[in-house]
Design a protein around this ligand. Structure first.
Ligand SMILES: Cc1cc2nc3c(=O)[nH]c(=O)nc-3n(C[C@H](O)[C@H](O)[C@H](O)COP(=O)(O)O)c2cc1C
Length: 543
């Protein structure tokens, strides 16, 4: 097999033909990304021996909740915004000769580096430009538009014949998951006797039990058997045996949708789990793109260059040539395993339930690979920053569905699906209600359990400001809206799995036509003239 060496090159070098483009600083491989973090004082290397069972997770949890080395420059006003600690590289992991990297995306600065942007808002502007291309009129405007047009042409992935991800190829019995340093995150992960089971009655009948070890930071590559559309989703994978796992994809996600199509055809589903690769890939796997819009195209856009793909060795799929590790195999359309419980990003164990079985046919990796992983749990964790990236980057896309949204925020305590703050410029009675219902119909945002809508002078990134207006502007009976529908499958409070109620609060100033409204008082604010006077004379006061 021809071996293609890894290039340590970063994409901040400007190719001569694209001199007008300010290239992002994404990196080509995960190892290159770690080198960049190391150079910037954002990586701690740990040579002491550590146990992949719980110990790595406990260290990452503690470090992730400590101050981040670089200050953040985002809109986020929560105390979590300046946390994240350093990324960690464990070089001596018990039971494996492969080092483990964790918390690599776990701060605003690091996620910005991975996505090649100075700030998430700047990246959102690039997305905005794609969503709403304005017709340039003058030559100067055309020139300004050129970089974006050029970049559009570079999005598609490119098929190549070889890649570093196949420098070492392990097939058949050699494709043993025990060679990889899969971690256990929380004490009761995989423990069916802990009582964390969706249907306790079935528990006693379970003969095949999984381990507490999980792949937690892999991009799961699948293909729609009817259209050929590719999907990448980040789904956790529980190890059951050296070559057998359970796939935990939520029923609302595209991996599960692809699986249902294979089930209908009673065909085995080819699937690859990709670890590492271009620094944009882990984020792209988590991005809630609508079905049919390929994450690989989006990754190319973020990367400023299409992703190189190589054919898998044992399945009819292509995977990123620059990945550290690729796990190939098939999902059985008939067989299900009792997956979980698992300490989840909600801060609770998600209950064990049946999920499809995945059989490994090959593990390929580069020479001297690094194994990327993550833990989720009570926020802030690494996934907080991945979620915040989605919040910013998807604002322009969300606005194509619900243009009334000026801005929104997914506050840290809402663990993403539980709470959304939305800002609108109110134009007519019940405008806030219309926005709530539109959100409940918009992709993954439809799972939002509580929505709080505020007027345009409120800062949705400041929870004090939002809650002040919620509690003061709402009459509980008049200003709440309750609907029923699909909810996040991780919501343990919903009466049924994935089905329950959702609530909206109209915290805007009330207008006639929205129920009996008495004269509405003005909100307190000092007039500008007095503020200017005080500012001018401040030193005179001796304060
Ligand atoms: C660290 C992390 C772990 C995740 N684990 C899962 C998971 O186990 N199952 C799942 O369905 N979604 C999980 N998600 C969310 C999905 O990756 C995300 O919703 C993505 O948009 C799904 O992609 P899809 O719509 O293409 O399926 C996880 C997200 C993150 C950041």
């Amino acid at each position: 097999m021809a071996v293609q060496p890894s290039s340590p090159k970063c994409w901040n070098a400007t190719p001569p033909s694209l001199t007008l483009i300010k290239m992002p600083t994404t990196t080509e491989t995960f190892s290159d990304f770690l080198s960049l973090l190391d150079r910037e004082g954002e990586l701690s290397k740990i040579s002491a021996p550590v146990d992949p069972k719980l110990e790595i997770a406990a260290i990452a949890d503690r470090v992730g909740k400590s101050p981040a080395p670089h200050p953040h420059n985002e809109l986020d006003r929560s105390p979590a915004a300046s946390l994240g600690g350093k990324a960690l590289l464990f070089q001596n992991v018990t039971g494996s000769d492969i080092p483990v990297a964790i918390n690599t995306f776990g701060s605003y600065w690091r996620i910005n580096q991975a996505l090649g942007t100075k700030s998430l808002s700047e990246l959102a502007e690039r997305v905005q430009a794609l969503v709403k291309p304005e017709i340039p009129t003058t030559l100067m405007e055309k020139m300004k538009k050129l970089p974006d047009l050029l970049k559009l042409g570079t999005f598609p992935p490119k098929s190549v014949r070889t890649g570093i991800c196949q420098q070492v190829i392990l097939e058949g019995d050699k494709a043993d998951l025990n060679r990889l340093p899969l971690i256990q995150c929380w004490p009761f992960d995989g423990d069916l006797d802990s009582g964390q089971v969706f249907d306790p009655a079935t528990c006693s009948k379970i003969t095949e039990r999984g381990s507490g070890r999980y792949i937690t930071f892999g991009g799961v590559f699948t293909k729609n058997p009817e259209t050929g559309d590719r999907n990448i989703g980040m789904y956790r994978v529980q190890q059951f045996a050296p070559r057998k796992c359970a796939m935990h994809w939520h029923i609302h996600h595209d991996g599960a949708r692809h699986f249902r199509l294979y089930q209908k055809r009673n065909e085995k589903m080819p699937l690859a789990i990709v670890l590492g690769g271009e620094s944009v890939l882990p984020y792209a796997a988590t991005a809630p793109l609508p079905p049919g819009i390929e994450e690989l195209l989006f990754a190319g856009f973020l990367n400023g260059r299409g992703i190189d793909l190589v054919p898998c060795r044992t399945i009819p799929l292509e995977v990123p040539a620059n990945a550290e590790i690729v796990i190939e195999g098939y999902v059985d359309p008939q067989e299900k395993l009792m997956e979980g419980p698992f300490g989840d990003h909600t801060g609770f164990y998600s209950l064990a339930d049946y999920f499809p079985a995945f059989y490994i046919t090959a593990i390929t990796h580069r020479k001297n690979p690094i194994y990327p992983t993550t833990i989720v749990g009570k926020a802030p964790m690494e996934d907080y920053f991945l979620g915040k990236a989605t919040e910013r980057i998807f604002l322009p896309l969300l606005r194509t569905l619900v243009p009334d949204i000026l801005d929104y925020s997914l506050p840290i305590f809402g663990v993403f699906h539980n709470c959304v703050f939305v800002k609108i410029h109110k134009e007519y009675p019940y405008h806030a209600r219309r926005v709530m219902h539109a959100i409940w119909g918009a992709g993954q945002m439809s799972l939002s359990k509580f929505i709080i809508v505020v007027d345009d002078h409120v800062n949705v990134h400041d929870e004090q400001d939002v809650l002040f207006h919620l509690f003061s502007n709402c009459d509980p009976q008049r200003d709440t809206e309750i609907v029923h529908g699909p909810v996040d499958i991780l919501d343990h409070a919903s009466p049924d799995l994935a089905a329950g109620s959702k609530m909206g609060f109209d915290a805007t100033v009330k207008w006639p036509g929205e129920g009996k409204v008495r004269p509405w008082p003005k909100e307190l604010e000092m007039d500008q003239k007095t503020k200017d006077l005080v500012k001018r004379r401040w030193t005179e006061y001796g304060l």
